[in-house]
Design a protein around this ligand. Structure first.
Ligand SMILES: *[C@@H]1O[C@H](CO)[C@@H](O)[C@H](O)[C@H]1NC(C)=O
Ligand SMILES: *[C@@H]1O[C@H](CO)[C@@H](O)[C@H](O)[C@H]1NC(C)=O
Ligand SMILES: *[C@@H]1O[C@H](CO)[C@@H](O)[C@H](O)[C@H]1NC(C)=O
Ligand SMILES: *[C@@H]1O[C@H](CO)[C@@H](O)[C@H](O)[C@H]1NC(C)=O
Ligand SMILES: *[C@@H]1O[C@H](CO)[C@@H](O)[C@H](O)[C@H]1NC(C)=O
Ligand SMILES: *[C@@H]1O[C@H](CO)[C@@H](O)[C@H](O)[C@H]1NC(C)=O
Ligand SMILES: *[C@@H]1O[C@H](CO)[C@@H](O)[C@H](O)[C@H]1NC(C)=O
Ligand SMILES: *[C@@H]1O[C@H](CO)[C@@H](O)[C@H](O)[C@H]1NC(C)=O
Ligand SMILES: *[C@@H]1O[C@H](CO)[C@@H](O)[C@H](O)[C@H]1NC(C)=O
Ligand SMILES: *[C@@H]1O[C@H](CO)[C@@H](O)[C@H](O)[C@H]1NC(C)=O
Ligand SMILES: *[C@@H]1O[C@H](CO)[C@@H](O)[C@H](O)[C@H]1NC(C)=O
Ligand SMILES: *[C@@H]1O[C@H](CO)[C@@H](O)[C@H](O)[C@H]1NC(C)=O
Length: 548
């Protein structure tokens, strides 16, 4: 599981300029909007611009960074302000995100705001510093050859098979050696000198520079952070509490964890709702039956039957790597990624997951068993996600060993998520080796006195950022935050329609009004179906059981 497996997503904010109080409005310098260098199909309504900012905000002699900025116009007449959006990941493109998630964010904010995002440092070919490269394609194939970095980890159930455990722990010295070598490579490439200027604190300062240019220095910034974008939001609130206009944190990463824990320790928390979301997916598929969900093996199938069917394919690839040309790592990561957007569950189940499962189960295993493991299809040469996560993280603990990290993975697989616990690679597992930390990091305690109250939103069942993290974040902010628990599934609130959540967002953006209760529970609208004939509101996370 790599980039697509990220926490993580986007961030959005709306500058309600009319509400701007106590702020000097200098003349904004503006941006030169032109056509975008690369517009994903079906999204014509975008304009782009470039903004130059200091590479190091504390050292003018370091030179400049350049950000590619993208904007979607408000759809409901004259814009009431601008919503800034960070694409999350970390490592996702703001341009792509405005194009793809923009319409949803536009809809969920009533269409009254321009939506602006940018390719943050470390992302893409248009922003500088852009993508982080450490190994050429040729080097990479040899560098990781045969290691879990390309094959993933082979395990079943609670990871108790001794052969699997031996194979895994035998990788320890190899991973240790190669991660050290990778750190050297990353420093030696032309990108090495820029690594410490990539990270969330720089991105927060870039957000402020962008708002200064668009709205004028000192103006309140309204920001909607989704997923990793919530970390940008939390650090923004910590670094610029006076600039907080309206801030929405949606699908929340707990900034306190990031600021205080060794990064590999956050994995346990991050996937703590993943099994619940998987159960809901399986239960909903079963309720729909084979007529609505290709993964339901028979009429009247329960969630447990759906899980058993998927598990039978996992068992086959465990014993016959690449059966049907699908690897264990590919199958598990497609399943995890598919859980993010509940609105797409039905097409994901039919078009992606069922095809992989059928391909495995129908494969000629004799042939498959003879093949050696090949390169993981999702392998990506960009180390941006690692670069950001690790640059932000606490200093490496010199006593920590790769065995400690492996022990934690086995423990998490047994105690938190048997389906996803032993995913590899995960950027958080490599920070011990990453050669730099960012020139600036926010450490919290993330309870500064803010210019305005903020809105924190978490889904009851979010596979990538569990509700617990939204709860912790709201608790730290106390009366400065209103917390909304959206009673739905998947990652962030925007992929399931809740009039209740949307009304809260719209009122907040319009005039700062927030629920007076510290916690509001919002239901998903009754019309929302997960699979044909299966309403989201009637699906539970009851344990669907496991077979492997
Ligand atoms: C966006 O709005 C501005 C100002 O109203 C207008 O000049 C511009 O043409 C619009 N851009 C697009 C892509 O519709
Ligand atoms: C500032 O940046 C310059 C150019 O990269 C570098 O030589 C110098 O060491 C930096 N100063 C500090 C205090 O980091
Ligand atoms: C948002 O989408 C919903 C559901 O499709 C629709 O009813 C509503 O009119 C849309 N709102 C806006 C502002 O586009
Ligand atoms: C890394 O190098 C590539 C290619 O020269 C460049 O496009 C990218 O912006 C660089 N990234 C960083 C972080 O310096
Ligand atoms: C990977 O290792 C195998 C077995 O040692 C070897 O045959 C193959 O050439 C290697 N591939 C690369 C790209 O280095
Ligand atoms: C994993 O361990 C837990 C707790 O011991 C147990 O409830 C569960 O059935 C086990 N699962 C498998 C697949 O062995
Ligand atoms: C453990 O897994 C290996 C394959 O990795 C398999 O050959 C063996 O039969 C398994 N052992 C048990 C007890 O299931
Ligand atoms: C999913 O597949 C089933 C057949 O198992 C079919 O009846 C249904 O229409 C498909 N749904 C979608 C959204 O493709
Ligand atoms: C399966 O693969 C074996 C070995 O390559 C081959 O002899 C056999 O004919 C194949 N069977 C089928 C049904 O394709
Ligand atoms: C697993 O981790 C938990 C929490 O860190 C710890 O309490 C427990 O002792 C660990 N179990 C094992 C077998 O290491
Ligand atoms: C912020 O949190 C810290 C650490 O928990 C605490 O000591 C401090 O009193 C808090 N400050 C405010 C204003 O609540
Ligand atoms: C705030 O805006 C919302 C949505 O436009 C509206 O329903 C509400 O009455 C407004 N509240 C105040 C106090 O103006």
């Amino acid at each position: 599981m790599h980039a697509q497996h990220s926490i993580i997503h986007a961030a959005l904010a709306t500058a309600c300029i009319a509400v701007a109080v106590n702020n000097v409005r200098a003349e904004p310098s503006g941006l030169n909007w032109e056509s975008c260098p690369d517009i994903p199909s079906g999204s014509a309504n975008l304009a782009c611009a470039y903004l130059q900012v200091p590479l190091d905000y504390h050292n003018a002699s370091a030179g400049y960074a350049t950000l590619l900025v993208a904007k979607a116009n408000a759809t409901s007449g004259d814009p009431k302000g601008t919503i800034f959006m960070n694409p999350g990941g970390p490592g996702a493109s703001g341009l792509t995100s405005v194009a793809i998630d923009g319409p949803k964010l536009m809809n969920h904010s009533g269409g009254f705001y321009d939506i602006v995002s940018w390719d943050p440092r470390g992302v893409g070919p248009y922003t500088y510093p852009g993508d982080v490269f450490c190994l050429s394609d040729e080097e990479s194939a040899t560098f990781w050859n045969g290691s879990i970095e390309v094959t993933g980890i082979n395990w079943l159930g609670n990871f108790t098979n001794q052969t699997d455990l031996n194979n895994f722990y035998n990788q320890g010295p190899i991973i240790d050696r190669q991660y050290r070598a990778l750190a050297e490579k990353c420093l030696q490439t032309s990108n090495g000198t820029n690594l410490r200027y990539i990270g969330t604190a720089s991105t927060v300062r870039d957000l402020v520079s962008l708002a200064d240019a668009l709205q004028g220095p000192g103006t309140p910034i309204t920001y909607w952070g989704l997923s990793y974008g919530t970390l940008v939001g939390a650090w923004f609130m910590d670094m610029f509490p006076d600039r907080v206009g309206h801030v929405i944190l949606d699908g929340v990463v707990d900034a306190t964890f990031v600021g205080t824990q060794q990064p590999y320790k956050t994995w346990r928390d991050q996937i703590s709702s993943a099994e619940d979301v998987y159960n809901a997916f399986a239960n909903a598929c079963g309720l729909s039956g084979p007529g609505g969900c290709r993964l339901a093996p028979f009429e009247g199938a329960t969630g447990a039957d759906v899980v058993n069917y998927i598990s039978s394919a996992i068992e086959v690839v465990h014993d016959h790597p690449l059966a049907g040309n699908v690897s264990m790592a590919t199958l598990r990561s497609s399943l995890f990624d598919g859980l993010y957007q509940a609105q797409l569950w039905s097409s994901f189940a039919n078009d992606t997951l069922a095809s992989e499962v059928e391909s495995i189960l129908n494969s000629n295993m004799t042939q498959a068993a003879r093949r050696s493991l090949a390169k993981r299809e999702t392998f990506s040469l960009s180390y941006t996600e690692t670069a950001v996560v690790c640059a932000d993280s606490v200093d490496a603990d010199p006593t920590l060993t790769i065995e400690d990290i492996f022990d934690e993975i086995v423990n998490v697989t047994r105690t938190v998520s048997h389906t996803f616990g032993a995913s590899w690679p995960i950027p958080w597992f490599g920070c011990q080796y990453w050669p730099v930390r960012a020139v600036e990091r926010a450490k919290g305690p993330f309870n500064k006195t803010l210019a305005n109250r903020v809105l924190v939103i978490g889904n009851a069942y979010d596979n990538a950022t569990p509700f617990l993290e939204a709860q912790n974040t709201a608790d730290v902010l106390g009366s400065q935050a209103a917390l909304v628990k959206q009673n739905g599934f998947g990652h962030t609130s925007i992929y399931q329609y809740s009039t209740c959540t949307i009304n809260i967002i719209e009122a907040y953006l319009a005039n700062g009004t927030l629920p007076t209760d510290q916690l509001t529970v919002c239901e998903i609208d009754d019309f929302v179906e997960l699979f044909p004939g299966v309403k989201s509101v009637s699906v539970t996370v009851d344990n669907a059981g496991i077979k492997e």
